[in-house]
Design a protein around this ligand. Sequence first.
Ligand code: EPZ
Length: 425
Amino acid sequence: MCKFVISGGQALKGELTVSGSKNAALPIIAAAILAEGPCTIENIPDIADVQSMLDILRKLGADIDELGNNTIRIDAAKVASHEATFDLVSTLRGSYYLIGAFLARFGRAIVSLPGGCKLGTRPIDQHLKGFQALGVDVEEAYGKVTANAVSEDGLLRANNIYLDVVSVGATINLMLAACKAVGQTVIENCAREPHVVDVANFLNSMGAKIRGAGTDIIKITGVPRLHGVEMYSIIPDQIEAGTYMIAAAATGGDVTIRNIIPRHQESLTAKLQEMNIGVEEGEDWIRIYDSGKVSVANVKTLPYPGFPTDMQPQITVLLSQADGTSKITESVTDFRFQYTEELKRMGADITVNGKMAMVSGPKCLKGTIVRTPDLRGGAALVIAALMAEGDTVIQDVQIIDRGYDNIVGKLRHVGARIERVEDDN
Ligand code: EPZ
């Protein structure tokens, strides 16, 4: 177990480079199971969740070469098992993508239910409803999903699916499953996140026929086989980039974040400008700088292109410095305010009422000992510690390592006083 020790009050200055997207890399690694040849993938983030997903594929029999420079080669030809047991998948929410991948490859799947962040109930009913529509018998019991194609030939059958909830996971999982289904599948009310588009692009580079990713209607024409991929580059991580944008703003710094797609950050950029934060945009970079007092703003999380739920904890920390009261409404996940208890111990003035939080400022935060509640809550505590007076100790930072590649190195590169220390607590 590790902890971070952070000495706050230092404005971040300089530039840092964003890694590949966690929420694209996880389903893309699972999708490699569908290829009959090797897939070489670059811009893979070096994070714990990716290592967990690669370990799962290794244990299933895939050959995985880490080629250096964030590039891997996956050859899943020898994968013969359609089962991912609890010991393999228990810590990883993205493991549910193995269901869609196994169904497309083998026509059947036995996958233990996912782990990952505790953000209230995180059902997968839309995933299962979609699989059933594709001609799959599905049973969810005893902490696992058992799924079998109904047809003798083990192939799924295309169908029209309307998602009752805009769901990133269900959209991606059903794209995976439908890739080799007989006929054309139409999925409506799809998630439009950049990582949904990235997974569709990767599958198309394998020979899949997917159209419409990035809109709310995706059409997938099944193909009999999917081949390997010479080289595929994963998009930059929109949430990692946003986290560092807010860290720069919260410390009154001047930081250029490189290797990003500014269009993916639009809802955050607009919100920061509304809060009187300095923003300058280039082709693949964004510069955040201090332009005076932080103004209040109201934030409501929505599916893309709305304000991302994965940025909600981080923007709340910044709003604790705004002059007045701001309202944050979490409309995507069931409960994502656990981190506010830790922030209040640092002196933040936050009142949570169900899916809404009111935060008043400006409040000078003071360093203390805090515990990481979940991945993005942990990132929010890092930002709070960077701007707080005195030293902060953040425990359970292995949770932060699930989604941030070299966060200590990147922050130190722009002047943060942060150490990773063994925690014998
Ligand atoms: C993905 O989770 C991400 N995780 C989450 O990122 C992210 O917060 C979320 O998308 C929303 O953008 C991965 O990609 C591994 P959803 P997922 O399916 O797939 C309801 C992070 O911080 N729902 O879009 O679980 C349910 O209320 C993590 O990187 C159903 O009701 O998100 C859920 O909370 C945290 N039935 C909400 O939709 C379903 O079958 C959004 O779910 C599916 C979802």
